[in-house]
Design a binder for this molecule. Sequence first.
Ligand code: SAM
Length: 346
Amino acid sequence: MNDLVKKLFENKTLSNEEFLTILADNKYDEDLKKAANIRREEYYGKDVYIRGLIEFSNYCKNNCFYCGIRAGNNKASRYRLNTDDILNCCREGYKLGFRTFVLQGGEDPYFTDDIFIEIIAKIRSKFPDCAITLSLGERNYKSFKNFFDAGTNRYLLRHETANEYHFNKIHPNNLSLENRKKCIFQLKEIGYQVGSGFMVGSPFQKLEYLVEDLRFLETLQPDMIGIGPFLSHKDTPFKNFENGSMGLTIKLISILRLMFPYSLIPSTTALGTIHPEGRELGLKAGANVVMPNLSPSNVRNKYELYDNKIYSGSEAAESIELLTRLIKKSGFNISVNRGDVKRTTI
Ligand code: SAM
């Protein structure tokens, strides 16, 4: 094993210069992958956890420059699911073997705290053995606490970039890195299993900023880490920017596995979109979660964060058998338990 990779394997961290060296040169990639697999195996064996992703609304009050469902995109065809629609998705997912439901959506003001609390409480009472994950963006402490008390277990809120200049280049000025971080730490304090993460190759990103992302995650010690390549959307201000790199995303998955051996790392839809085998490659590099789409089929193409987002084939929850076969072929097994974070080795 290369010396730098060995150092990361043993110490779970490197100096900034060492991280930059690894990020800039693909000669480390194979060793990183091998080392990441050793660590993953120690904590999670060959298990891959499945999460049923319910994209409940593509209305959003925000205007993130990269995102296809930004408020300013008047070409987006908007939808929102009601409580019964969401419960039906859960019912369907439960039958298919899902024991985690992820409710993700734009920051849609229609969904007041009371509406969410009712949805969460209903899912909790009808599916007591399932984990509920929310991914609704920024809210205040009281809302986060209410959702937790109603029965939510986990919350995903990516920091997107830990460099303040970069954060402000890709977000409008009503959003701030300071508030994003504040929300993420509040979630942790309340007791959620917390997920954060970033886009790889977003416009204006530098390798130095990626090192800052790694440092931020070191401070947070998140339970879940979601990263994926930036992919452009034709109706956003970033339509002419290049997509992020699959190779760099995969390398970062391995680095994250070595830094946070206990963490749950999804092989994301964006990775599956950029390359037909992207998701499998992500798993082979250290990821251990997949999140097939459980939204009603008539809205799936409307939750278009970036161009050509995949939502059929093994990306569709109902094709769980196909996904199971693909995952087996990659050398892993789908685990149908809740898949909570494991802070100790097996
Ligand atoms: N509104 C919630 C939030 O902001 O956390 C959840 C929905 S948001 C659309 C989910 C994630 O999609 C973001 O954290 C962002 O990283 C990712 N995303 C949005 N646009 C993207 C793009 N063009 N390429 C890749 N990922 C994108």
